[in-house]
Design a protein around this ligand. Structure first.
Ligand code: BDR
Ligand code: CA
Length: 316
């Protein structure tokens, strides 16, 4: 039986790759997508969702809902240096109109979460791969409904490793630490996929040359453009030697949970301004609130990812 999922995202290059993986996986049925301010501003995120769905052409016409355009506290912070000005590295896709490949949800993202959780009690896995603002708003509005999710899988945090936006904080938690704290403290059944795990699954120049470039279909072309991969030079946008598959790993952890090694921990997030803003940390002596992925079977995950992205079942 396939798993019903909703994906809350801030598309974003690796968010786009996560959507491609999710829609290409026979194990999953993507019912809806919620957009949230994050890697780029909300209008760009919503446009990018449309572009990626135009590329994917899903036959089940998922709901698309517009979410929060700013964090619960503080000002929006974006990550254009990694994702490009438009959030998709300038990849050329002319988005279709709504209706053919997706439907516009007639309400805000938190309402989509609440409505779907109530409609399919204990059946949906919510995968959150952006700042957790929409989830926190839904929790504030209807905590009972949010308890109807089967599981919540969050890409965020840096538990026993360095941050990626500051030395201490990971991007998604840094953008809206209060929302992250609300979600983690809610007691919902949660899996956390932090940098500790996602840094084990990079796209490398070797993989790009051996697997992605030779494939020459619309998806391989998209990966090259969106990640800003320069073949002659062998690096990604900004001169990076690795492009981490943060968000696809959160989807992978739902498709093949046995490929990630988890530890039950109690995790909190620093929401007070200062050096440690957005930092996730372990709290000892407190009831555990998350299953934290600390190790991943890299070969198996990368195999799944590349096969789903570039496999024979993908249209040209
Ligand atoms: C997270 O931050 C974003 O830039 C990525 O899309 C991912 O969700 C990694 O820290
Ligand atoms: Ca993201």
């Amino acid at each position: 039986m396939n798993k019903k999922v909703i994906i809350d995202c801030d598309v974003g290059v690796d968010d786009a790759l996560a959507l491609i993986l999710a829609f290409g996986s026979p194990e999953l049925e993507v019912l809806g997508i919620a957009g949230v301010n994050g890697n780029v501003s909300l209008p760009k995120v919503m446009k990018n969702i449309e572009k990626v769905l135009t590329l994917i052409r899903p036959s089940n016409r998922p709901w698309v809902a517009r979410g929060a355009d700013r964090p619960l506290q503080g000002d929006p912070v974006h990550a254009e240096s990694l994702h490009g000005e438009d959030g998709l590295g300038g990849a050329q896709i002319q988005p279709e109109e709504a209706g053919r490949y997706w439907q516009v949800f007639p309400g805000a993202a938190e309402e989509l979460l609440i409505e779907m959780a109530r409609r399919y009690p204990a059946q949906i896995t919510l995968i959150a791969i952006g700042p957790l603002t929409n989830l926190a708003l839904a929790l504030q509005k209807d905590p009972e409904a949010m308890r109807q999710f089967n599981e919540i899988v969050v890409m965020g945090g840096a538990v026993r490793t360095r941050g990626n936006i500051t030395p201490h904080a990971e991007f998604n938690f840094y953008v809206d630490p209060l929302a992250a704290k609300i979600v983690l403290d809610s007691g919902l059944p949660g899996t956390l996929v932090p940098l500790d795990a996602t840094h084990q699954v990079p796209l490398t120049p070797e993989l790009m040359e051996e697997k992605v470039r030779p494939r020459q279909n619309s998806f391989s072309q998209f990966v090259i453009e969106a990640t800003g991969y320069e073949s002659g030079e062998g690096y990604f946008r900004g001169g990076r030697k690795a492009f981490y598959l943060h968000d696809p790993l959160a989807v992978g952890a739902v498709i093949q949970p046995e490929w990630v090694k988890k530890e039950k921990l109690s995790i909190s997030v620093e929401a007070k301004k200062g050096e440690f803003y957005g930092k996730s940390y372990e709290v000892s002596g407190r009831k555990t609130n998350a299953e934290v992925c600390l190790k991943v079977d890299r070969e198996k995950f990368l195999g799944l990812f590349l096969n789903s992205l570039l496999g024979e079942n993908r249209h040209l």
